[in-house]
Design a protein around this ligand. Structure first.
Ligand SMILES: Nc1nc2c(c(=O)[nH]1)N[C@H]1C(S)=C(S)[C@@H](COP(=O)(O)O)O[C@H]1N2
Ligand SMILES: [Mo]
Length: 585
């Protein structure tokens, strides 16, 4: 009986605590203050490596889900104990609740980025829960007495002088009145206040249905049927539990969305161990209409399969590196930030970009060396693919060789000096110079399986795109656009960008109306992984008419951009970009 009442009281109390805490955490935008994830984090940090590895092996990437459910189960057991204690002595239950809140507070505050204000969700949750505990344990105590009184004399009590009228008298059997069933009429008797009622008598509905009202009078619940009070107790408990659950779920959702944005904005980036030097003068020719050397995050192209953006709190993020490795690695976001971080200017482009298209951008990325991580894991012979999985299930297949050959293959955390924007992969993504994004730039990355191309096909491969896709050497004409007529006799700038990531741009040539190729002037560049601006000053010494301007780039391997026109599928578009301008007199 106590166990059942304790379960109701305790679980309702725990739900109130968590529902309130979660809602407060959401309102205060305090991700650190959410007790369950905090306890989860704490348990991970205090789990022996062997057990951690076991959990990761057994449950894979759902190990966090298993952990959170484990915590919930422990919590429910704890809650039942608190409820049972509170029915006996309220203060005992309150002490239990305080211990429970204490663990939550300790867990939230022991996170490295915790602020004092992060105690509020747990404290407020615990205070509100204390009132719930007082109320529900009081009601339960009354009920226990009441129903005990009506249905279950303790074995030490004398049987009533007379059997109640109208029933088969079964007597106060040693086996307990609960078993006597609804047909039996219960003997009357009173229970000394505060005594521990016998187990189970109170719970089964049948046990108290028959004539419970008889001696309810004189008790707190005077005038109420125990069945009725019990129903009231259960209904009010269910309502409070339901409201708390809604508040918990709503708070979690709201908190997550708000928190991810808040954390993203507040994230303090560590100083790079290997910073890029200041940009050499003249990287940006500052010609009106020419793409800036640095693409601002707000205008950086975005390509992904996500309908709803994955919103991952750094505290909840982890990356698992496994498969054909000697030692599996699991990396938390803190682990990642503690590694030596490398900065590099890398131009990212999409294989779907048509010639002269917009799906390309250049940013300063900050990230850990993918190579050093893979070296720690120890890649086994024969592996040729890093099968990377995003939080939302997207996969990309990166050649092992490009991660290991010494180029800046980055597990990136920042873009142009700020934490990765959520749409660009917060909290971590890959960026590898020289490969199209779909084989190299997994956003919201959570898993790297070291494997082979023969064994695994990444997302776009069965959809018709090549398994491997190095970036083609290309150029683009930004100005003139061809939208406005050009005055004959003037000089205009023909300017654009050219890219051959990890090879470097060596030359760009321009021709007008199939004339001879003319060398464009190249802007300065900080490295070979990013695009390069170029300009050709054209003296418009031609008569009125329409003229086609084309460009082509040559990379440092000596390869010149091909004239062969190809569509993006299956491995990137090619051909000369061209702009038709009309010259007027
Ligand atoms: N998780 C995930 N990562 C992804 C993709 C995706 O659909 N999902 N698209 C890839 C493709 S095709 C490209 S071109 C780049 C684009 O990166 P951006 O959106 O940051 O510019 O991300 C890559 N990473
Ligand atoms: Mo792409």
């Amino acid at each position: 009986m106590l166990a059942a009442a304790g379960a109701v009281v305790g679980i309702v109390t725990a739900l109130v605590a968590l529902g309130v805490a979660q809602l407060i955490a959401a309102i205060l935008a305090s991700p650190i203050g959410e007790p369950i994830p905090a306890v989860g984090e704490m348990s991970i940090n205090h789990t022996p490596a062997a057990l951690k590895n076991f959990a990761i092996r057994e449950f894979g990437s759902s190990d966090k889900t298993v952990l959170v459910w484990g915590i919930r189960v422990v919590l429910i057991i704890f809650a039942i104990v608190i409820g049972a204690l509170a029915i006996r002595k309220l203060w005992l239950g309150l002490v239990g609740l305080a211990v429970f809140a204490g663990i939550g507070l300790y867990a939230t505050q022991s996170q490295p980025t915790a602020k004092p204000a992060d105690v509020f969700p747990t404290v407020i949750g615990a205070v509100v829960a204390a009132f719930a505990l007082r109320y529900f344990s009081g009601v339960a105590r009354g009920l226990v007495r009441l129903t005990t009184a009506s249905v279950s004399p303790t074995p030490t009590q004398a049987p009533p002088a007379q059997p109640p009228s109208g029933g088969e008298y079964s007597g106060p059997a040693e086996s307990g009145p609960a078993e006597s069933g609804p047909a039996a009429s219960e003997p009357t008797g009173s229970v000394p206040a505060g005594s521990v009622p016998p187990a189970a008598a109170w719970w089964p509905a049948e046990a108290i249905q028959s004539d419970a009202g008889q001696d309810a009078a004189g008790r707190e619940e005077a005038g109420q049927e125990p069945a009725q009070s019990r129903r009231k107790f259960l209904v009010s408990g269910a309502v409070v539990a339901g409201v708390s659950l809604v508040s918990y779920a709503g708070g979690s959702w709201l908190a997550n969305t708000r928190d991810v944005n808040a954390v993203q904005q507040a994230l303090k980036l560590p100083r790079p161990a290997s910073p890029v030097p200041p940009l050499p003068p003249g990287t940006d020719l500052r010609i009106p209409g020419l793409s800036a050397f640095v693409t601002p995050n707000s205008s950086f192209y975005r390509v992904d399969t996500a309908i709803v953006l994955p919103e991952i709190l750094p505290a909840h993020w982890q990356l698992r590196i496994h498969g054909m490795v000697r030692r599996e690695l699991v990396l938390t976001f803190d682990d990642l930030l503690r590694r030596p971080l490398i900065e590099d200017w890398i131009t990212l482009c999409c294989v779907s970009n048509p010639v002269a298209g917009p799906y390309i951008g250049n940013a300063k990325w900050l990230g850990a060396s993918l190579r050093s991580l893979l070296q720690e894991a120890g890649i086994k012979a024969g592996a040729d693919q890093l099968f990377c999985t995003s939080k939302d299930g997207f996969t990309s297949g990166t050649p092992v060789q490009t991660a290991m050959d010494g180029r800046d293959a980055l597990l990136a955390v920042a873009m142009n000096g700020t934490a990765l924007p959520v749409e660009h992969g917060f909290p971590a993504r890959l960026v590898i110079p020289g490969l199209y994004g779909y084989v190299s730039a997994c956003k919201w990355i959570v898993d790297v399986e070291v494997t082979t191309y023969a064994a695994n096909q990444a997302y776009w491969v069965p959809r018709g795109w090549d398994q491997q896709a190095p970036v083609k050497t290309e150029s683009r004409i930004d100005v003139p656009t061809g939208n406005n007529p050009i005055k004959a006799g003037r000089q205009i700038s023909i300017a654009g960008v050219a890219w051959a990531q990890h090879k470097g741009i060596d030359a760009v040539e321009v021709r007008v109306a199939n004339g001879p190729w003319q060398q464009a002037r190249l802007a300065a560049v900080p490295g070979i992984d990013c695009w390069r601006q170029w300009v050709y000053d054209w003296d418009v010494n031609v008569g009125p008419g329409s003229y086609v301007i084309e460009s082509r780039a040559t990379d440092k391997t000596g390869y010149t951009q091909t004239a062969l026109q190809q569509p993006p599928e299956p491995n990137g578009a090619s051909g000369y970009p061209s702009v038709a301008v009309s010259v007027v007199s």
